[in-house]
Design a protein around this ligand. Structure first.
Ligand code: MD3
Ligand code: FE
Length: 215
């Protein structure tokens, strides 16, 4: 492994957490500066915003998107669209480096030829959480999803195919990548309320990028 200032004792480990689900520890560390630089540009075009759920709640996580498709939510439901509802304009283009990271990580986990057309970026502050849900707004569930975590640590809940199945708690640290597909694609999952453990590079923020084949 290349030396990295932000590496930790788990960097380089590959943990299999399901038949087709893997945590690649520290896999995105070398990409972090470019990801963060891209976010600064992205958020000037499509700022982070707190969306409303169909149930009328405001999400504690703020989100934005890049790529041909972006995910959004309002009182009438969840959807992918080719334009940002805030501006009416196309979502920002997905940087080539995002595509490279996501497709390489997918290949390591056994999914060659992953070509994401959507990148949803979640921003967590202390106390932000994501309750247990399935990702099922994408058109084709045969493609995996790749997630990249940066900044503060989080505990993610890795459940089963039913909401009531017991969920495992898995810590996600700066630079970790999770890939899940096949029989794990529709598992319930979530993020516990974030503790304030400031990260030396990002401060009291966690960013999560999820790459999807949405359209
Ligand atoms: C999915 N994001 O944006 S990604 C989401 O950290 C989302 O922001 C979370 O869920 C976040 O839809 C979690 C990591 C993850 C881990 C395990 C999973 C997603 C998973 C297992 C099954 C399905
Ligand atoms: Fe999800």
């Amino acid at each position: 492994m290349m030396y990295d200032l932000f590496a930790n004792e788990t960097t380089g480990e590959h943990e299999q957490i399901g038949p087709a689900a893997w945590v690649l520890r520290g896999y995105a560390l070398a990409y972090a500066p470019e990801l963060l630089n891209a976010i600064q540009i992205l958020e000037q075009i499509s700022p982070f915003r707190h969306m409303t759920t169909p149930g009328g709640f405001t999400m504690s996580v703020a989100l934005t998107n890049c790529g041909r498709f972006g995910w959004s939510s309002d009182e009438s439901g969840y959807r992918y669209s080719q334009t940002d509802p805030l501006s009416g304009k196309a979502w920002p283009v997905m940087p080539d480096i995002f595509m490279k990271l996501a497709s390489e990580a997918a290949a390591v986990a056994g999914f060659p030829r992953f070509q994401p057309d959507a990148c949803l970026v979640n921003r967590y502050l202390p106390g932000s959480r994501l309750s247990l849900h399935q990702d099922k707004d994408e058109r084709d569930f045969s493609a995996p999803i790749v997630s990249v975590s940066l900044g503060m640590p989080a505990v993610f809940l890795f459940g089963g195919l039913k909401r009531t199945d017991k969920a495992r708690r898995i810590p996600l640290l700066h630079g970790d990548v999770v890939v899940w597909g096949g029989p794990d694609r529709l598992r319930y999952h979530g993020i516990l309320p974030l503790k304030d453990k400031p990260h030396p590079l990002l401060g009291s923020v966690r960013l999560n990028f999820t790459f999807r084949e949405a359209g």
